[in-house]
Design a protein around this ligand. Structure first.
Ligand code: ADP
Ligand code: MG
Length: 691
């Protein structure tokens, strides 16, 4: 095949793999593997080791081991009881000892191995009624030659990320047949960067990553892949920063009397973290380069007040502001807060709401007020961008729960300024610093790592399956005393339809069997009337709200005192912590109940962290250590592979990558002479949820 042909072979869809069937194609797609190139670039995340072959006589029950011997008999069978297909074989080693081997649901093994073959098998040793046995071991046929050693079995067996129906062995097989194409993989890392950081070329990394001789080789391969991926991302960020900096913004000068008036109008003292974040934002806004800042603070840490201070400062400079929230309920809540924080202290500062459920006349009135400059702040939902709202002079754009919006939506909001408005994004997901740099590298980050004083901590408990009744009792008792409760349904990794169905089923069950006497409501992503249900909950008409994890429950309902989370072991600690933040907002004692499906010790230990730690950032760090960075955000949100995520555990690596990416933009030959990197960066800018 010509080189061009090989390149094309790399871009060929996985359907062209030898002997692949449609279900496996779908499974690969689920893993994000569409082409042969994707397949090759997906390295194993770990290895199983079985050690060097040992004699059958020295096998120990319960230990992973490797045996080399001769197949004495092999035949497909059907099991008596469950009618399962099975391949059964007996293997004899050179000393004459025998081992029974059974492969369940793998009838094809009987076609691959034959009587008299020399094989290596590796797996867990079991006691098979008087004779030692291995079930579903890895196997490899060896040359007849006595000296031949197994190349994989006994050495290293790759572990790939899987979905149901796939096995690492299957993937290893496909890799085997496509690995020769690796030599055609193009390298987007400039050679001098590779040299400086001792990174192997991509073709080599792929070969070593899939077929290393030692762990170190595999680690080298992973390091290289992680570096390249982070490099791509950071190059994208560097470009974005450069393009943002190139568009001027109107400077908003700092004025002491404005912040004094703002503080005087508040019913509370700002916390130290709020003051620091406000100060950081003010410093950005004074520049002619647009602010691009992420305000990261736990639920309830008081992000709104920081945003309000910025709005006040913009207003004093004669500029308008806009605040976009993901749901109408949140937008209405913001309307109340911003008015409370601002309208009294700043008489000319009017705040208006724009959401799609308002009457046409009302929306027209708000649009006119924004366009004429009479209104200083418009708070709203997507309607802000859909309805073509115009401003006289927009100086500041704020987005709440920024991960709920796509890149395009945020861009549309920013485009409403004459130049570029200063931009403040808020998120309640506590992100450790390294991860913030990796994910939102184009933004500066302010952290509010302190809660306002006087909050009663939420009492958090892990509830094991057999104590479920106790959890229901608590819900009932709280509702009887006039409080409200949330019930969060487990996270199911399926379609929204499946999630909706299971939430509906759980809702029906609770209503019928558990709380027939209580007023219950259900919200899930597919429900048309979800705003109506939320409103009823906020108004206290609904006492127990059953919700799916995907639905926004980010509302302030101080009367809610119970947060009950089903299948808590399936969530990341950071996410559980966010749910917990929905209660404990009023004066009463609140409770968070973590129900587990999996009462295993590691699961319980992990959940018990929540009972001890109240700081979202600490929890995020802990979770990162236990489950890895990827889990923190949920796989869909970050668009990074686990290789890159793991590499983030070493903060030095990220800063090296950032430096290289920065300097590439200034050097020659640089970014513009690297079409591969350019294409990769363009793809990333589209894919990732970076702003
Ligand atoms: P979040 O960061 O989750 O958006 P909010 O801005 O909604 O938090 O604030 C949560 C609650 O805390 C609000 O009722 C707000 O008025 C109150 N709050 C904010 N800052 C302080 C403070 N420094 N002291 C006391 N209460 C505060
Ligand atoms: Mg908020």
């Amino acid at each position: 095949m010509s080189i061009l042909g090989l390149r094309r072979a790399l871009d060929a869809p996985v359907t062209t793999l030898p002997k692949i069937k449609a279900p496996d194609v779908n499974r690969l797609h689920k893993l994000g593997i569409e082409t042969i190139r994707d397949l090759l670039l997906t390295l194993p995340f770990g290895w199983e080791t079985y050690g060097e072959p040992i004699p059958i006589a020295s096998l120990i029950v319960g230990v992973q081991s490797t045996v080399v011997g001769t197949v004495m008999s092999i035949a497909p069978k059907i099991t008596k009881y469950k009618r399962m297909k099975l391949t059964e074989a007996t293997i004899r080693d050179d000393s004459g000892a025998r081992l029974r081997v059974a492969w369940f649901n793998q009838p094809f093994v009987a076609k691959q191995l034959h009587k008299g073959d020399r094989v290596a098998v590796a797996g867990l040793v079991k006691d098979g009624y008087g004779m030692l046995e291995m079930q579903n071991p890895h196997h490899e046929r060896l040359d007849q030659n006595e000296e031949s050693e197994p190349s994989r079995v006994g050495g290293l067996m790759p572990k790939y990320h899987l979905v149901d129906g796939l096995s690492s062995k299957k993937i290893a097989g496909w890799i085997e047949s496509t690995l020769p194409l690796a030599s055609q993989l193009e390298d987007l890392l400039p050679e001098r960067v590779r040299e400086r950081h001792h990174l192997v070329p991509v073709a080599e990394a792929v070969r070593l990553g899939h077929r290393p001789d030692t762990f170190d080789e595999w680690r080298e391969a992973r390091r290289r892949m992680a570096f390249a991926e982070l490099f791509e991302l950071q190059a994208a960020f560097a470009l974005m920063r450069a393009s943002i900096a190139a568009e001027p913004a109107t400077p908003i000068p700092y004025r002491q009397e404005v912040i004094d008036a703002f503080k005087n109008g508040l019913a509370f003292e700002l916390t130290r973290a709020q003051r620091r974040s406000t100060w950081e934002a003010f410093q950005d806004m004074e520049k002619a380069m647009p602010m691009n800042r992420l305000l990261n603070g736990d639920v309830g840490s008081g992000k709104t007040a920081v945003a309000a201070a910025c709005v006040a400062m913009a207003h004093a400079a004669g500029l308008q502001s806009v605040v976009m929230a993901p749901t109408e309920i949140l937008a209405r809540q913001h309307l109340r807060s911003f008015r409370a924080y601002l309208e009294e202290s700043f008489p000319g500062l009017t705040v208006e709401l724009l959401v799609s459920t308002q009457s046409a006349a009302e929306r027209r009135r708000v649009r006119a007020a924004a366009a004429s400059g009479h209104c200083a702040l418009v708070v709203g939902t997507h309607a802000l961008i859909e309805e073509d709202v115009e401003f006289t002079d927009l100086g500041l754009a704020v987005v709440d729960e920024q991960h709920r919006f796509g890149t395009r939506q945020r861009e549309l909001l920013r485009a409403k300024g004459r130049g570029r408005p200063h931009f403040l994004a808020m998120t309640a997901t506590p992100i450790p610093r390294t991860l913030a740099l990796a994910l939102y590298g184009e933004m500066s980050v302010s952290v509010i790592d302190e809660q306002p004083p006087g909050r009663t901590p939420v009492e958090t408990e892990v509830v094991e399956p057999e104590q479920r009744g106790r959890a229901y009792d608590l819900v009932r008792e709280q509702v009887r005393s006039g409080r409200q409760a949330f019930v969060i349904c487990p996270l199911i990794e399926e379609s929204e339809l499946v999630v909706a169905r299971s939430a509906t089923a759980e809702f029906e069950r609770l209503k019928k069997d558990v709380f027939p006497d209580l007023r219950m409501g259900l919200v899930h992503g597919r429900l048309k009337e979800k705003d109506e249900v939320m409103r009823a909950f906020v108004a206290g008409e609904v006492q127990v709200l059953v919700a799916t994890a995907v639905v926004e429950v980010g509302v302030d309902v101080p009367n809610a005192t119970v947060m009950m989370i089903e299948g808590a072991d399936r969530f990341g600690l950071a996410q559980l912590h966010q749910f917990r933040g929905r209660v404990g907002r009023g004066a009463g004692q609140s409770h968070c109940l973590l129900l587990t499906d999996d009462p295993s010790e590691p699961a319980l230990n992990r959940l018990s962290l929540l009972t001890r730690i109240r700081d979202g950032f600490k929890l995020a760090e802990e979770d990162m250590q236990i489950r890895g960075m990827g889990e923190l955000m949920g796989p869909r949100q970050h668009g990074m592979t686990d290789v890159a995520m793991q590499a983030l555990r070493q903060p030095e690596l990220l800063s090296e990558v950032r430096q290289e990416a920065e300097s590439l933009l200034e050097s020659d030959p640089g970014y513009d002479q690297n079409p591969l990197l350019k294409a990769a960066v363009a793809r990333r800018l589209e894919l990732t949820s970076i702003s």
